[in-house]
Design a protein around this ligand. Structure first.
Ligand SMILES: Cc1cc2nc3c(=O)[nH]c(=O)nc-3n(C[C@H](O)[C@H](O)[C@H](O)COP(=O)(O)OP(=O)(O)OC[C@H]3O[C@@H](n4cnc5c(N)ncnc54)[C@H](O)[C@@H]3O)c2cc1C
Length: 393
């Protein structure tokens, strides 16, 4: 499928090199990594290092900081291309690329020197953002007037943090983290939570259980635990008590990257379904020559094209808000793309008939992966409600 809306030769060159990277480094490893029953073992440092060699790991940072200054639209295209190879790999980099861009905008010069400089120099450095905790998830996405249970209390020269986060992408592998904690318990999280910068192995900050996920297994997710963890004042990011606002302002394209990751899975399903429909013969002719199947393939294409247009519009407007940014674009493209991916994955299974149910066909991996973004980056129903709250009627 070649209909990605490329606007410049730079984009074309970047996407071609990402496509080669996927073919050479991701596709040959993905099925075996996915099949490992150890929830942490799907992750591959070889893939991260190969991505680093390409400049992919740091591409959203400015050239001044050692990146490529790639914009949100191009990043969304890259993230989709990665998702076409493997969803977990796409998530590792979608998170890292987005968090690096947030850090460049939100950190002080001193904080950048302590984090982004070592991040650029370390080929294995990936990034993680921790907001969700066992009791608070849709609560912060809508958001409701509740508080985070992970709390940081003010003390001399810093904060003492206690609590835990869970489900956090990259968190057992990341070198740097942005973590959201309640710093004013008298206020709801929208006005009383702050964001902190932490490095792995910071005293009092440990990784808990790695979650055993049904899909997206090449990325790891884990718990993060804070036990009387002293965080110095110098690690506060942005304004105190205003962490969630900082996040929204500094990273409007987050939702479109999530949509692009899962759109990549939809494209992989489409390609697999089409390939099968062209080779499998029933009724004396390939499936694709049967009208019911042809119409279904056209519907898959329509859902992919429409989701991609929505994602591209949101990603471009995130960087050019003066041309008509609308806050629902920060919630809805992922909902559309993940619904499309789920439909397309189940239709891919159907087009493969009984063969699709057999693991060797590779459809079941795509189906498990396709389920991931019905909930990641906000449950779809919750995001629809968030968008409704932005709308006026
Ligand atoms: C693979 C994966 C990766 C993730 N990565 C990260 C990460 O890197 N960082 C991070 O911070 N978090 C991460 N998350 C967490 C993710 O954002 C949350 O799982 C998500 O927000 C949903 O939270 P929950 O699972 O606790 O569901 P809940 O909030 O408990 O929701 C349960 C159900 O209730 C519904 N619901 C809730 N409130 C309402 C309402 N008001 N009206 C109607 N229905 C409602 C929801 O739509 C949902 O169907 C990740 C999750 C997954 C699965």
């Amino acid at each position: 499928m070649e209909e990605i809306f490329i606007q410049s030769e730079d984009q074309r060159a970047i996407l071609e090199s990402v496509r080669r990277f996927v073919e050479q480094e991701v596709t040959p490893r993905a099925a075996a990594l996915d099949a490992d029953p150890d929830p942490a073992a799907g992750f591959s440092w070889e893939i991260v290092e190969a991505a680093d060699a390409l400049g992919l790991r740091t591409m959203t940072l400015s050239e001044e900081l050692g990146g490529m200054g790639v914009d949100s639209l191009t990043t969304a295209m890259v993230v989709e291309e990665l998702g076409r190879g493997d969803l977990g790999v796409s998530v590792i980099f979608a998170q890292t690329l987005k968090i690096a861009a947030i850090m460049e905008k939100a950190l002080t010069e001193d904080q950048k020197a302590r984090s982004l400089v070592p991040f650029v120099d370390d080929p294995r450095a990936i990034l993680s953002i921790a907001i969700t905790e066992p009791e608070n998830a849709s609560n912060y996405i809508i958001p409701y007037a509740t508080s985070f249970n992970t709390r940081a209390e003010k003390t001399d020269g810093g904060w003492i943090a206690n609590g835990m986060k869970h489900f956090i992408s990259n968190s057992n592998r990341a070198r740097f983290f942005l973590v959201f904690m309640q710093t004013d318990v008298s206020k709801p999280m929208a006005e009383g939570a702050s964001c902190f910068l932490l490095e792995r192995d910071h005293p009092g900050f440990t990784v808990g259980r790695v979650h055993d996920k049904m899909g997206e297994r090449l990325a790891n997710n884990s718990e993060l635990i804070f036990t009387d963890c002293f965080i110095p004042d110098e690690n506060l990011v942005g304004e105190v008590h205003n962490g969630l606002k900082t996040l929204g302002e500094f990273f409007p394209s987050s939702n479109s990257y999530a949509g692009a990751s899962i759109l990549g899975v939809a494209v992989a399903c489409y390609e697999k379904a089409l390939d099968w429909a062209q080779t499998r013969i029933q009724g004396g002719k390939p499936l694709i020559e049967h009208d019911g199947i042809r119409a279904q393939v056209a519907e898959m294409k329509m859902l992919i094209d429409a989701s991609r247009s929505y994602i591209h519009r949101a990603a471009w407007l995130a960087d050019h808000q003066e041309h008509g940014w609308d806050p629902t674009l920060g919630a809805l493209p992922k909902v559309m793309a993940s619904q499309a991916a789920w439909k397309i994955a189940t239709w891919t299974l159907e087009i493969h008939g009984g063969h699709g149910y057999m693991k060797e066909a590779g459809v079941e991996k795509l189906l498990r992966d396709a389920a991931a973004f019905l909930h990641s980056d906000g449950v779809n129903r919750t995001l629809l409600l968030r968008a409704a709250n932005f709308m006026e009627w």
